[in-house]
Write a protein that binds this ligand. Structure first.
Ligand code: PLP
Length: 385
């Protein structure tokens, strides 16, 4: 029987948990909850009730209130709503935004669009491990700064930003704060995080929920400062029009509830797998971590193998699903802009692989990966000019 590839690319996406899939299947066909949640008849009310439960579950994973959750198609749309929606709602007042060079494209690209529309954007350079200090954020603020956008956990390196300290700086200065939470839910304790931020983006498929559903947390106090970017039937308190996808939202709700109840145990197992993997890879010469080994996300380990092309390594590792960076940018073949911003040379950035773990990752997957990577790195270094 052929062996399935070891899947160590959970930061790109995760498999839907069977408990989530079972619930989603109840919301599709004629025997199930197929109604439109905006309809007032019994079918609609049944869908609305299930969505209300899911909204409570999604809110609870970040410590928000249910009415502060706006369902979107994912973290990309949530971040677009947070950035474009606040900028355009305040265009006559403030014209400056602050972010970092190592954000996901879901943040960088809407900010680039706002620049084209006349906004000023400051992009902070993190330190050598990828951290942006609250002090650096404070120093970047101007009298016309509207919003700061800094991610909680970086999707390529797993570095964790001090969201509480950055949030405190923003609050003291009267500046809005948006945090991309896509990689922190289910991996770090997030049950209090809503208190620290005004807006937070996250997505179901990174926590064993379905693709195509996510949320923006909009703190009640921040609601007056944001306007919709999608217009129509007025769902989601006017912030995101469109018929609510019951099966997606119900799946997101169950995935969030599982992240809340099992996330700490999952994270403990992932941390042990990460240590196992690092110890196995560090036995090779000239191997350098791009992830903070002490306090980074338990789910991500990014490693540079000097003298080896990352893409050649991925190609050689046919039985191991890993990536050279984010799934979104690895197609370009360019060295990772995240690793470059940390001061890594183009050569070392191009020699890096990201390994990432999920609820299903087993010790045997990691052991297979260690053996395969060691063999491939040794062989590729031998044939290198
Ligand atoms: C995956 C991811 C996103 C985008 O999520 P989608 O569901 O694809 O929209 C945004 N930010 C980070 C940090 C991510 O890891």
């Amino acid at each position: 029987m052929p062996v399935a590839p070891a899947y160590l690319d959970n930061a790109a996406t995760t498999a839907v948990d069977p408990r989530v899939a079972a619930l989603m299947a109840q919301c599709l066909t004629a025997e199930g909850t197929f109604g439109n949640a905006s309809s007032t008849h019994v079918y609609g009310r049944e869908a609305a009730a299930r969505i209300a439960t899911a909204r409570r579950e999604v809110a609870a994973v970040i410590g928000a209130r249910p009415e502060e959750i706006v369902f979107t198609s994912g973290a990309t749309e949530a971040s677009n709503l947070a950035l474009l929606g606040t900028a355009r709602a305040n265009a006559d007042r403030r014209h400056h935004l602050v972010t970092s060079r190592t954000e996901h494209h879901a943040t960088l690209d809407p900010l680039r669009q706002l620049e084209r529309e006349g906004w000023a954007v400051t992009r902070l350079t993190p330190d050598g491990e990828g951290r942006v200090s609250a002090e650096a954020v404070r120093a970047a603020l101007r009298p016309d700064t509207l919003l700061v956008s800094i991610m909680h956990v970086n999707n390529e390196t797993g570095v964790v930003q001090d969201v509480a300290a950055i949030g405190a700086v923003c609050r003291a200065a009267g500046v809005l704060f948006h945090a991309d939470l896509a990689q922190s839910i289910g991996k770090l304790p997030t049950a209090q995080i809503a208190d620290r931020i005004d807006f937070g983006s996250f997505t179901a498929h990174k926590i064993h929920g379905p693709k195509g559903i996510g949320a923006l947390y909009v703190a009640a106090a921040a609601r007056p400062w944001i306007a919709p970017i999608v217009h129509g039937g007025g769902q989601e308190r006017g912030l995101r029009s469109g018929t609510l996808p019951t099966h997606q939202i119900v799946g997101f709700g169950r995935a969030a509830a599982l992240a809340a109840s099992e996330g700490a145990a999952d994270a403990g197992r992932m941390r042990a797998l990460r240590t196992l993997l690092w110890n196995g890879l560090a036995a090779l010469p000239r191997v350098y971590p791009n992830s903070p080994l002490e306090d980074g996300s338990p789910a991500i380990l990014n490693v540079a193998f000097a003298g080896v092309e990352g893409e050649s390594l991925v190609t050689a590792l046919t039985d191991i699903a890993v990536s050279t960076g984010s799934a979104c940018s690895s197609a370009s073949g360019e060295p990772s802009y995240v690793l470059r911003a940390l001061g890594r040379t183009a050569e070392l950035a191009q020699s890096s692989l990201r390994f990432s773990f999920g609820r299903d990752t087993q010790v045997v997957d990691v052991e297979r990966a260690i053996a395969a990577v060691r063999a491939a790195v040794t062989r590729l270094r031998e044939v290198a000019p």
